[in-house]
Design a protein around this ligand. Sequence first.
Ligand code: NA7
Length: 491
Amino acid sequence: MGASDTQRGPSIAIIGAGFSGIGMAIQLEQAGFHDYVILERADEIGGTWRDNQYPGAACDVPSHLYSLSFEPNADWTRLYAGAPEIQSYLLGLVEKWKLRDKLRLGEGVERASFDAPRGEWQLETSRGETLRARVVVACCGGLVDPAFPKIDGVGSFEGPAFHTARWRHDVPLAGRRVAVIGTGASAVQVIPEVAKEAEHLRVFQRTPAWVLPRMDEVIGEDVRERYAKSPLRMWLRRMRVFWTSELRGPLIWLDSERLSGLGERLSRDWLREQVRDPELRKKLTPSFQFGCKRILISDDYWSTFERPNVTLETEPISRIVPDGVVMQDGTHHQADVLVYATGFEVGFRSAPFEVHGLGGQSLSEAWSEGACAYKGVSVHGFPNWFFLMGPNTGPGHTSVLVYTEAQMAHVLGALKRIRDEGLRYVEVKRGVQDRYNEGIQRRMQRMVWKTCQSWYVEADGSNHSLYPGPASEYVLRARNFVAADYERARF
Ligand code: NA7
């Protein structure tokens, strides 16, 4: 152990500069851990909010909750801030905390291996360098890499074709026939915007979604000034949003037809208000239980289908061809621009890259039957390695950042132990991790998510994405680093 370990704490590598990586770095600064770097494979920070800049992109959680509690922002201009505003918030934090000095942009980690005698991780990066850090905090995000549908001919379209997370702002839509595949969370935001510009918009729906009104609103300058003057007022707003979602949570996540019936009724009423044509309404009505897939919120998604320049297709797609889309019934729809609103490869399901822990064991092998971690944060066999937004820490009803902040507190607890006791490493105990995950999967049986197919669940029906309970409960369980749950190895 070097002198720096006892004085400044162990050296740390944060992987990823999205919301969780930036938040973790600020927490390290605040706690006095200054010996760290942030590796980011892209050329700019921001993660989701750097990548998702399609027209209409916004967070579907109110911004006063979808922001860091230790960096409240009085300046949100809307209840649901748009992607550019969220990205500015993150860029502002980087400047405020002078994180640019710690950032290594355009440098991804390709392989990580643990050097047990030294209690140190070796990280091989995309620049061909090897970095050493005592502790790693993997902040790689859950929904990062765009997913393209497994349809014949993907890639054969001759016009501009792009994913919502890689929006081509250089492609004009005015006067053109645009095809959008997908009707998930990104689609409901982009479709109303594309419809305003395109000559004709054709939406290809595989599964209709339950939608509720978003009721977005502008936050006026007077209100913003009041928040700036009174942090307490702003905190109370955050608490109001948080506890409202907590109370609504069971309606969304429990496998109870009585409870989900309430949400279904609200959504059906909203559909009736937005769409007059009964045939169209039928096509837009889901058949799966409310809450099983993410509930979408929008003030203008359904009503967009009443526009004369918008058509909804519900026949399954057979293949993509150079000039459009061919359906299974043989109908050929021509298009000039093709947009994939088809979601993401789910990241917290597998190792983000090659990771080798104690004895050279690989994380992919450890997770071959499903990704499991203790409180979503640490994995037996992989000492001094912590995940933010790891397995089973996603919410279906509230801000993911609430969970992430609890994970940051857990990591800080571990760092303090390592520093104060001069430890070589901490490693979560196998039994502790197994008991935790058995409990998670047992509770999963009462949750609605098992009743349909979605990105939340694996092909075998197991769920390694979401936390089966209230966020407040997760926070109480996860935020403390309980030393007894970990093996502590000394030099
Ligand atoms: P989602 O929510 O995963 O949505 C993807 C959409 O793409 C969804 O409607 C899918 O239909 C559709 N899809 C995928 N493959 C196909 C094929 N082959 N044919 C037709 N349609 C297809 O991703 P988003 O980007 O909208 O949102 C991701 C998350 O970001 C969201 O949950 C929030 O947490 C924020 P399906 O429903 O699978 O039938």
